[in-house]
Design a protein around this ligand. Structure first.
Ligand SMILES: *[C@@H]1O[C@H](CO)[C@@H](O)[C@H](O)[C@H]1NC(C)=O
Ligand SMILES: *[C@@H]1O[C@H](CO)[C@@H](O)[C@H](O)[C@H]1NC(C)=O
Ligand SMILES: *[C@@H]1O[C@H](CO)[C@@H](O)[C@H](O)[C@H]1NC(C)=O
Ligand SMILES: *[C@@H]1O[C@H](CO)[C@@H](O)[C@H](O)[C@H]1NC(C)=O
Ligand SMILES: *[C@@H]1O[C@H](CO)[C@@H](O)[C@H](O)[C@H]1NC(C)=O
Length: 344
């Protein structure tokens, strides 16, 4: 008997057991019955079940994509599944999946021996934390949150209301993933002067020239004055053809640092107001400091600069309210007693 003649319920079950939307779409293209059933009223049931498996938890995505200024972020929103909603779910879900892939590299950035791929349950937790941090950023890192209002008690308690919904395990997972985003900004997108110096030295060990940093000068140094000629010809990674098409921070590394320790710390605090998709955009499409600055000017505005993110301090507030200590929580996340990889 051809699989095409199976009862509708069984074919629906087959659809529901798929792990991702692409497979459901592919299956629907394999024959008339599959096509008909996929495009029947069952469609949304099938799509939401596969989206839950692939990108879930759907409920957290729904909280994120339906958040708007008409009600506080922490009020739970119920909306019926629609095709438009599924599209948003896929969009947001794909971003979260990228973070699943980055997590192991940043979590165990120096502890190579522990580095491993995440298991299904851990990937689910990374996505969930991403959706929740994203909601926090969407609701509280916007132009109505200027620097001067961050510690006003009513503002603090509005922010805290969102985090109060979560258990300490959930909060620790958010903190864990927040640290991973911080690390991407700190070391990849906005490297400090010191980090650029170290990277330069390990990339070009034979060069005697130290790097100079624009930030300490009142005028931009002429690149040719400190980039040795040999750089372009002898170094193993010199590749003029790709350099011409693809700007890189190695063209003018002295101009690429984002400051010394303290300045750099505040740069990262500012950047952490970006949402997970924006940070991913910086990582993928902004290879130089100038690119990053242009992008941030586009998505941010007057309020953005010198106005650090508020998740960490809000978390600290909520942890204290519950009688805990932030240091304890961050220590437990470091030791993997709490966080994405903890067993619970
Ligand atoms: C804002 O959210 C509320 C509640 O989810 C919804 O009823 C309303 O249509 C939304 N408004 C806009 C402009 O999207
Ligand atoms: C911006 O922040 C305000 C104040 O918390 C909030 O009510 C609003 O929802 C935020 N704006 C958007 C577009 O979410
Ligand atoms: C968060 O908690 C508030 C108050 O307890 C509740 O009304 C709301 O539905 C909760 N939101 C979520 C997303 O669970
Ligand atoms: C240089 O870059 C081009 C284009 O990206 C690439 O095809 C080529 O393999 C590179 N050559 C070397 C030596 O890396
Ligand atoms: C987060 O907040 C705690 C408590 O205020 C603070 O000790 C810690 O340094 C902060 N973490 C970062 C990375 O800023």
């Amino acid at each position: 008997m051809s699989i095409e003649y199976l009862p509708t319920e069984i074919i629906t079950q087959i659809f529901l057991s798929l792990h991702d939307i692409a497979s459901a779409v592919a299956l629907s293209a394999t024959g008339h019955r599959f096509h008909t059933i996929f495009h029947s009223p069952q469609n949304l049931v099938i799509l939401s079940a596969t989206a839950e498996t692939e990108f879930g938890p759907l409920d957290d995505i729904i909280q994120l994509v339906t958040q708007n200024a008409s009600q506080p972020a922490h009020i739970h929103r119920n909306v019926p599944i629609s095709t438009a909603l599924i599209k948003q779910v896929v969009h947001v879900g794909r971003v979260a999946q990228r973070w699943e892939g980055i997590y192991p590299f940043k979590k165990w950035r120096s502890d190579y021996a522990s580095r491993r791929l995440l298991i299904t349950e851990e990937r689910y937790r990374v996505r969930r934390a991403i959706y929740r941090l994203w909601l926090f950023a969407k609701a509280f890192h916007n132009s109505s949150h200027v620097r001067t209002c961050r510690s006003i008690p009513s503002v603090v308690s509005t922010r805290a209301a969102l985090l109060q919904n979560f258990s300490i395990h959930d909060l620790a997972e958010m903190y864990d993933v927040h640290q991973v985003m911080r690390e991407v900004l700190r070391s990849n997108t906005c490297p400090s002067n010191g980090r650029m110096r170290v990277k330069y030295q390990s990339r070009y060990p034979d060069q005697q020239h130290g790097l100079m940093f624009n930030i300490h000068l009142n005028y931009p140094p002429a690149p040719s004055s400190f980039i040795p000629e040999s750089w372009f010809h002898n170094s193993p990674s010199a590749n003029l053809s790709s350099r011409n098409h693809q700007p890189s921070r190695w063209l003018d590394p002295g101009a690429e640092g984002w400051g010394d320790d303290i300045t750099h710390y505040y740069v990262v605090e500012d950047m952490l107001k970006l949402d997970p998709e924006q940070i991913m955009h910086l990582r993928d499409h902004c290879p130089t400091k100038a690119h990053v600055e242009t992008y941030v000017k586009e998505v941010g505005g007057e309020w953005f600069g010198n106005n650090g993110e508020t998740f960490n301090e809000t978390l600290s507030f909520v942890v204290k309210q519950r009688g805990g200590e932030m240091e304890e929580l961050s220590g437990s996340v470091d030791d993997e007693e709490l966080g994405v990889t903890a067993e619970h």
